[in-house]
Ligand binder design. Structure first.
Ligand SMILES: [Zn+2]
Length: 561
């Protein structure tokens, strides 16, 4: 490709909104342009990278036995409703209505469509596993698209789906996808940390995210040097015993002229924060009131809580709601004696003796509150947010680390989450009809590309990994030379971006080459010829060397093999 002919050029200025490196560099280097918030056009250079990423994914995913197909973008709303997924996705799901009033969703993920498709073939155990995938446009109405390609509203995703006789069979395919994703990341020169995660809107129970550490990441992963890794919504930690052997003292009410914060309670009672009960009232999407209680020095993780009580959405209750519906007092809420609310306790409270906290009455506190004796709970589980330096649940020796990361891909063991409501059955060996066990597997192409730029760039521009660079060689011609070399490289099937511009300075051409980030830069000039050939420089190196033109092709091909 001649740079003079290339559609989409580098630009010096960039929008102030582009605060993330990948966003800024992809705009400046002429890979993408924004259409509207969260929607991007891939220019020819950008699309070339996408196609290379897709090709790597296709090669590796097909090793799992997956076969490519494609389903329509508009999904009948009714199918989503059958699986109750329209509610799970909530406002992020986009809808359209056709001229006949038929309602559709714009595909956000395709479990229901693929299951409906497989059902049409009335599979028997002999047909399973079925392993299918597609590359297609996905739509998610993100409230706050940000970070360029990192969080968008419309994107191409490779989404795969597998159907099995049972979980044991799923696990074989799941492992193959696991290996395939590791290989894809390796070929894209990315280090991934695999974390156990919450299935969220997809449904099911077990899943894994392939995360890449990045300061611009919106996710937090929890890791330990022993190898433990989980995302924040799934991570646990050792909740050390504070005073479980202490004798239970009598419950009593005391006057408490204090403010509404936990610290006010500590100051008034002169007791440790951990001994205080923290009470947080939420309202879920069905209007249920939930009182979450936890040891005073811990925080409630809302996703853990949501999963435990199977709610789609949670919000904090207002002071008015706490007074009028729960007949309690903000700042003095207590599980003791409260009514008309689901009480969810963090398991840390089970071993906590003689706790203190509010009484549901203003300026009156309770001391010596004991679990099971003074208050009953509806659900006990882990709702505590893991924080830095908490003790690792696996080795029980090291302190946990929290790191920012971006999700590169995910694999879900979704079990019967769709087969159950949608009657996704197969004919078993004994002739009975049984539910298919499902898995699903996703990688967003644009985000994967952006993660690579986040990981591989310097102050001058992008440094593409070999396998996904838009071109293999960036040829800069000075002094009217270069045309013969360009033709020679093309005839050797080398992908060349040829900067043939005559009215642009050498300095500007070098700056553009650094910005675009193709792995090999060649310069042909009178000076290089006087030195014996062509200047060869790797984008990742500072130094260049002169190569004899007859050795050039072998030098390039050996770099790429
Ligand atoms: Zn550990």
């Amino acid at each position: 490709m001649r740079y003079s002919q290339l559609f989409g050029k580098t630009s010096k200025t960039v929008s102030k909104d582009a605060t993330v490196a990948s966003h800024r560099l992809l705009l400046q280097a002429g890979f993408i342009r924004q259409l509207s918030a969260g929607r991007y056009t891939f220019l020819p250079l950008g699309l070339k990278v996408c196609r290379k990423i897709e090709s790597i994914i296709r090669q590796e995913v097909e090793k799992t036995g997956a076969q490519e197909l494609i389903v329509p973008t508009l999904h009948p709303l009714e199918l989503w409703q059958q699986a109750n997924r329209d509610k799970k996705f909530g406002a992020a799901m986009m809808r359209v209505t056709d001229r006949n009033g038929a309602e559709f969703t714009l595909g956000a993920t395709a479990e229901v469509i693929m299951l409906d498709l497989v059902k049409q073939f009335a599979p028997s155990y002999k047909d399973l596993p079925i392993n299918i995938y597609q590359f297609s446009q996905k739509f998610r109405d993100e409230a706050r698209p940000s970070g360029g390609l990192l969080r968008v509203r419309e994107f191409v995703m490779k989404d795969g789906y597998s159907f099995h006789v049972d979980e044991a069979d799923l696990k074989i395919t799941y492992q193959k996808y696991w290996d395939a994703y590791l290989e894809i990341a390796k070929r894209m020169d990315l280090n991934v940390t695999i974390v156990e995660s919450d299935n969220g809107a997809i449904g099911g129970s077990v899943s894994h995210e392939f995360m890449v550490e990045s300061t611009v990441g919106e996710d937090t992963i929890v890791t330990c040097s022993c190898g433990y890794a989980a995302n924040l919504e799934k991570a646990t930690f050792v909740k050390e015993d504070k005073n479980s052997s202490e004798a239970e003292a009598d419950l009593s009410e005391v006057k408490a002229p204090r403010g509404n914060t936990m610290e006010d309670g500590v100051a008034l009672h002169q007791k440790p924060l951990w001994q205080q009960i923290k009470d947080v009232v939420f309202v879920d999407d069905s209007g249920r009131f939930i009182l979450a209680i936890i040891r005073g020095d811990f925080m409630v993780n809302e996703t853990k809580l949501k999963n435990l009580i199977q709610a789609n959405e949670l919000r904090h209750a207002t002071d008015e709601e706490i007074r009028n519906k729960l007949h309690s007092e903000p700042g003095f809420i207590s599980p003791v004696g409260i009514k008309d609310v689901l009480i969810v306790a963090d398991d840390s409270l089970k071993n906590l003796k003689n706790a203190y906290g509010g009484s549901n009455k203003k300026n009156i506190d309770l001391i010596n509150i004991n679990f099971g004796r003074d208050y009953q709970t509806d659900i006990v589980g882990d709702i505590a947010e893991t924080q830095v330096d908490y003790l690792c649940p696996q080795c029980k020796k090291e302190k946990l680390k929290l790191v920012k990361a971006v999700e590169f891909g995910n694999i879900f063991n979704i079990g019967f989450a769709y087969s159950d409501p949608m009657d996704g059955n197969f004919i078993a060996q004994d002739g009975t009809s049984q539910k298919m066990y499902m898995g699903s597997y996703g990688i967003g192409i644009g985000r994967a590309l952006a993660i690579d730029v986040e990981t591989h760039h310097d102050e001058k521009g992008i440094i593409w990994p070999k396998e996904i660079a838009p071109y293999q060689v960036h040829l800069i011609a000075l002094d009217g030379l270069g045309e013969d070399l360009y033709q020679e490289l093309l005839s050797q099937n080398i992908e060349v971006l040829f900067d043939d511009r005559s009215s642009v300075s050498a300095g500007a051409k070098f700056a553009d080459a650094d910005l675009i980030g193709i792995p090999i830069r060649l310069v042909i000039s009178k000076r290089s010829q006087e030195s014996g050939g062509i200047e060869f420089k790797l984008r990742s190196d500072k130094e260049s060397k002169i190569i004899d033109s007859k050795n050039l092709v072998s030098e390039i091909t050996s770099f790429y093999t």
